[in-house]
Design a protein around this ligand. Structure first.
Ligand SMILES: [Zn+2]
Length: 447
């Protein structure tokens, strides 16, 4: 186990050796690990052998880090098609845990972990906690869902690794969660951003003032895209510092990358994941620093190694050394997946654009639903339902109408299309205990 080292600027670092490694050394380590991973995939996972043979690539052809782009991509469909265990590189007697992605349609993606994989995951989550200043004196309130979803267990093991007290609450029963915050004196909150807002709302309803009654100081939020405006809202409502964390079941779960106290991008655990960006349409490699779809290759995973996974998340990678002392590359926060993008009347619309606009308008709450439908005239119809604050609601129809007009005008400015706006009463939209469902697309593209 590592001992956190504090640098001159008071930033705690869990694994000083790997998180601050000079880039040439880091790249050397990455190449060694990549070669081993490719060998493992080629010899143990039939799909990778098939794909590499089709491209005429052998493990021996990987001599430089750049050669990664000779390797085949892995897509979510590849993982689904090989349900449940066909992508495993270890027999089940070496596997000690399974998790699965939330499959909204059809079969989920199933991933496996060896003892070493679980250990690596705990280490990487320990890095996340430490970068937010969490140590063994902290009390971690974990509202991420426990179960097949990776959020709960990932957050749990990392908290134990740093020696903190972890409270495995999971999602739901919001009133009880707020009570436990007070009674146990939680200092750290782990939850999805949308659920953090639900809890903030619950606290307010119970007359709990975070500044006076709670000890929360930091929170680590992820598992769904959220905007900077939403982040500020959470910080203000819960009186804590919010850190953005990123991960995906296909690569491990949470812990792939996270923010440091400088909040200037998320540090990627590059000694465990090789990052590239590609053109989302052509799959062509882009130079780092250019906006593209992030592609990840696992470098140390045993049970479920993955080559060039198409994350569908769009970001920019920055390899400048950060002020916190870490040398690992940073990815810009993700505000949308390539497949989150809606095409409405031929215009590209990201839900995050709509969220940003909503949160700049006084009198509106960060609770909204975007509904897209297609009428009999084949025209797309965009409707935005958003809750107003109690205060605005009390001011009556005229005030509501003004805010509605303002939102319509601002959305038109940003999106270039008209949206129908419905400002609804406080607490009328459905709350989620995990990932929020913000978009309802009723269009039937099969007809
Ligand atoms: Zn940093």
């Amino acid at each position: 186990m590592s001992i956190p080292v504090q640098n001159a600027r008071q930033c705690l670092i869990w694994d000083h050796e790997h998180e601050t490694m000079p880039r040439p050394n880091l790249e050397k380590l990455q190449l060694e690990r990549l070669q081993k991973t490719v060998e493992r995939c080629y010899t143990k996972v039939p799909l990778y052998k098939e794909k590499m043979d089709a491209l005429g690539v052998k493990p021996d052809d990987i001599n430089r880090l750049k050669d990664v782009n000779k390797l085949p991509f892995t897509t979510k469909n590849d993982l689904r098609d090989n349900y449940p265990f066909k992508m495993f590189a270890e027999p089940l007697d070496k596997v000690v845990r399974l998790h699965a992605s939330s499959g909204t349609t059809g079969k989920p993606v199933v991933v496996g972990y060896t003892v070493n994989d679980i250990n690596t995951w705990a280490e990487l989550m320990a890095r996340v906690y430490t970068s937010g200043g969490v140590t063994n004196v902290d009390i971690v309130h974990n509202s991420y869902g426990y179960g097949l979803f990776t959020g709960g267990m990932g957050a749990h093991y990392g908290a134990e690794r740093v020696g903190a007290v972890v409270i495995p609450v999971s999602g739901g029963l919001s009133k009880r969660q707020v009570m436990l915050w007070q009674d146990f004196g939680a200092t750290v909150l782990m939850s999805t951003p949308s659920y953090a807002l639900v809890l903030a709302e619950q606290a307010k309803e119970m007359g709990v003032n975070p500044l006076r009654d709670l000890k929360l100081k930091v929170g680590f939020f992820g598992a769904e895209p959220w905007t900077m405006e939403m982040k500020r809202e959470i910080e203000a409502k819960l009186n804590l510092e919010a850190f953005d964390i990123y991960g995906l079941t296909e690569m491990m779960g949470p812990g792939v990358s996270s923010e440091c106290p400088y909040h200037d991008g998320l540090h990627i655990a590059e000694d465990h994941f090789l990052v590239e960006t590609v053109d989302p349409d052509t799959g062509e490699s882009l130079p780092l620093g250019q906006l593209g779809e992030m592609v990840l290759t696992s470098l140390t995973k045993e049970a479920f190694p993955v080559l060039r996974y198409r994350t569908r998340d769009r970001t920019i990678i920055d390899t400048e050394v950060c002020s916190c002392g870490r040398t690992t590359a940073r990815m810009k926060r993700i505000t949308g997946r390539t497949d989150d993008m809606l095409i409405i009347r031929g215009v590209n619309v990201f839900p995050s654009q709509i969220e940003s606009v909503i949160l700049t308008i006084k009198g509106l709450e960060p609770q909204y639903v975007i509904v897209v439908d297609r009428g009999s005239n084949y025209m797309d119809d965009l409707e935005v339902l958003v809750e107003c604050t109690e205060k605005l609601h009390a001011q009556g129809d005229e005030a509501l109408e003004k805010v509605k007009e303002r939102l319509g005008a601002d959305l038109h400015q940003v999106l270039g299309i008209n949206a129908r706006i419905k400002v609804v009463a406080p607490k009328t939209l459905e709350r989620s205990e995990g990932k929020a469902k913000r978009v309802v697309d009723l269009r039937d593209f099969n007809n």
